[in-house]
Design a protein around this ligand. Structure first.
Ligand SMILES: [Zn+2]
Length: 492
C-alpha cells in the first residue's frame, strides 16, 4: 500500500479514496477536482474555491511562478498558501507542457523540485517529457527513457513532507504506458499523473484515452492514486473514473468562460445559443441567458466560470454517490449517450472488462440493463467465468421458461445477458438484474455465449436449451449437440 492513499469504496474500476497530503495537513477525498489557478489572472479566487465550491486541492504552475518576478519573490517569501490564500492542498505542475512547446530550458530535476519545495508546494512535479499521441514508437521509447531517468533522480531527492508526482508517459502505445506505470510504481514517488492525454481529449479520442489509461493502470496496480492530467470537462469524468482515475484538474472552467462557453455534463454550449438555462446552480437561477449576455465582459466571465465550476463539482459528487451506490457503470452509460465519441470511449472501457472485473465488487445494489453495451459489463464476464466452476448433473435443461422438464436431472434458468445458472442463484447479484422485456441482440448473444461456455466445460453432460424465439444466427453460437426447444414455438 502507498502510505498517502487509501481506498474506501470501489465500483467497476472507480474508487472513493483518501489522499493524505502531509505538508498541507489535509486529507483529500477522491475522485477530486483540482481547479487550475493562474496566479496572474484568477477568475475565481482560491479562497472562494474552497469556501463556496468545497475545493480541497488546487493546482498551479510553478513555471509561471518562476517566470513572473514579483509573484516568484512573494511565493519564496511567504509561501504559496499565503500568496494564493488557499487553506487546502496545493499541487504544482512543473510546466512540462510549456517547456515542450517553447523549447528546452536549462534546469535540472533537483533544481525544479527544490524550487517547488521552497515556494511551499504540497505535491511537486518533476519535468518529464509529455510525448504527444501518434509519434513513432522509437520517439515514444526514447522520450520515456528520459522521463524515467528523471523520475529516478526525483526519487533520490529528499523532499521532506512534500509529495512528488511520477508522470506516466508512453504516447499512444498501451504497452509503453504499462511499462511506464510499472516503473513509476516501483519508485517511492507518490501520485501518478497519466500525461499527455490532452491532445487526445481535444480531438475527442476518448477510445484512445481509455486505452492509454488502461495500460498505465495495468502497470501501476490498484493502490496508486492516478491523476488524469489536463482533464477538466465534466462530460468525461464518469468514464475516466470508471477506468480508475482519481484526480482531475480543470483549467476548462476558466478558459471556457473566457469565450462564453458553458459547460454541461452532456457537452459544451455557447452562451449565444442558449434560450434557457439547463441548470439550477446559483448563477443559472439568478440569471436568464439574456441577462448573462448583457453583463460586462469581466462579470460575465466570472459568472460563467462559477457556473462551470458548479457543474464540474456537482458531477464529481454524483460520481462519488454512484460509486457508493454501486451504479457507476449506469452513470457512464448515460454519459456515453451525450456524444458518439463518448460512446466509443465507453465501448473501449468495456474492452477492458477483464481488467475492471478485478476490482468490481462481487455484490452491489442492482444491475440495470440499459443498453446493449450492458451485455459486455464486467459482471457478465464474471458470471461466464464462474460457469467453469459450477458442477452439473448428467443431464441438464437450460431454459428461459419454467422448470417443468422431467426428462432431465435438473433444470437451470437462462437469463440474457448472463446465460444459464442454477435456480438457487436467482436471488444473488448480478442475476437479480433489471432487464427490459424487449431484449436486444447483445443480451441474447451474451446469453448464448454463456450456454456455450457451460456446455464446453462439461462434455459428458447432455444439454437442452429452452429459448424464447432466439434468432437463428444467435442459436448458431450454441454447440450442435445441444437439443434446442423453442418455447414460443411450443406454446404456439
Ligand atoms: Zn449553472
Amino acid at each position: 500500500m502507498r502510505e498517502c492513499f487509501e481506498l474506501r469504496d470501489v465500483d467497476a474500476g472507480g474508487r472513493i479514496g483518501e489522499l493524505t497530503v502531509p505538508r498541507a495537513d489535509v486529507t483529500v477525498e477522491t475522485p477530486a477536482l483540482l481547479p487550475v489557478i493562474n496566479p496572474n489572472l484568477d477568475t475565481i479566487s482560491p479562497r472562494r474555491l474552497a469556501e463556496e465550491f468545497g475545493a480541497e486541492i488546487l493546482i498551479t504552475n510553478s513555471y509561471i511562478i518562476y517566470g513572473t518576478e514579483d509573484v516568484r519573490e512573494a511565493a519564496l517569501e511567504d509561501g504559496l498558501h499565503e500568496l494564493l490564500d488557499f487553506p487546502g492542498a496545493i499541487m504544482t505542475d512543473s510546466g512540462s507542457f510549456q517547456l515542450a512547446e517553447y523549447g528546452e530550458i536549462d534546469v535540472t530535476t533537483e533544481e525544479i523540485l527544490d524550487f517547488q519545495y521552497r515556494i511551499g508546494s504540497d505535491i511537486a512535479t518533476p519535468v518529464d517529457i509529455p510525448t504527444p499521441p501518434d509519434v513513432s514508437r522509437e520517439q515514444a521509447e526514447r522520450e520515456l527513457e528520459i522521463t524515467q531517468e528523471r523520475l529516478e533522480i526525483a526519487d533520490g531527492v529528499d523532499t521532506g513532507e512534500m509529495l512528488v508526482n511520477a508522470p506516466v508517459q508512453g504516447s499512444t502505445y498501451p504497452d509503453l504506458r504499462e511499462d511506464a506505470g510499472r516503473h513509476a510504481a516501483g519508485t517511492d514517488l507518490d501520485v501518478f499523473p497519466v500525461g499527455a492525454v490532452v491532445p487526445l481529449m481535444n480531438d475527442y479520442r476518448y477510445d484512445d484515452m481509455i486505452d492509454a489509461v488502461a495500460g498505465a493502470k495495468r502497470g501501476l496496480g490498484s493502490d496508486a492514486p492516478v491523476h488524469l492530467f489536463g482533464a477538466g470537462h465534466p462530460m468525461m469524468f464518469a468514464l475516466a473514473v470508471a477506468m480508475g482515475c482519481d484526480l482531475f484538474d480543470s483549467a476548462a472552467y476558466a478558459l471556457y468562460a473566457r469565450d462564453d462557453r458553458y459547460l454541461t455534463v452532456r457537452g459544451t454550449r455557447h452562451l449565444e445559443d442558449l434560450d434557457y438555462m439547463p441548470c439550477s446552480c446559483p448563477v443559472c437561477v439568478a440569471h436568464s441567458p439574456d441577462e448573462l449576455r448583457e453583463l460586462p465582459d469581466r462579470e460575465r466571465e466570472e459568472e460563467l466560470a462559477a457556473h462551470n465550476l458548479h457543474v464540474t463539482f456537482e458531477e464529481i459528487r454524483r460520481i462519488k454517490q454512484a460509486i457508493r451506490a454501486g451504479n457507476l457503470l449506469e452513470l457512464v452509460e448515460q454519459r456515453a449517450r451525450a456524444h458518439p465519441t463518448m460512446l466509443d470511449g465507453y465501448r473501449t472501457l468495456l474492452d477492458h472488462a477483464d481488467q475492471l472485473e478485478g476490482s468490481d465488487p462481487v455484490s452491489k445494489g442492482a444491475f440495470f440493463y440499459t443498453s446493449h453495451e450492458s451485455a459486455r459489463r464486467p459482471e457478465v464476464l464474471r458470471h461466464h467465468q464462474r460457469l467453469d466452476r459450477l458442477s452439473v448433473p448428467d443431464s441438464l435443461f437450460l431454459t428461459e421458461g419454467d422448470s417443468d422438464s422431467e426428462r432431465y436431472d435438473e433444470s437451470w434458468r437462462v437469463q440474457p445477458p448472463f446465460g444459464p445458472f442454477p435456480r438457487a442463484l436467482s436471488k444473488s447479484y448480478p442475476l437479480t438484474a433489471e432487464v427490459p422485456d424487449r431484449t436486444d441482440r447483445g443480451a441474447l448473444e451474451a446469453a448464448a455465449d454463456g450456454v456455450a461456455r457451460l456446455v464446453g466445460c462439461n462434455p459428458e453432460t447432455e444439454f437442452a436449451l429452452g429459448h424464447r424465439g432466439w434468432p437463428t444466427d444467435v442459436l448458431e453460437r450454441i454447440p450442435d449437440d445441444v437439443e434446442l426447444v423453442d418455447l414460443f414455438g411450443e406454446d404456439g
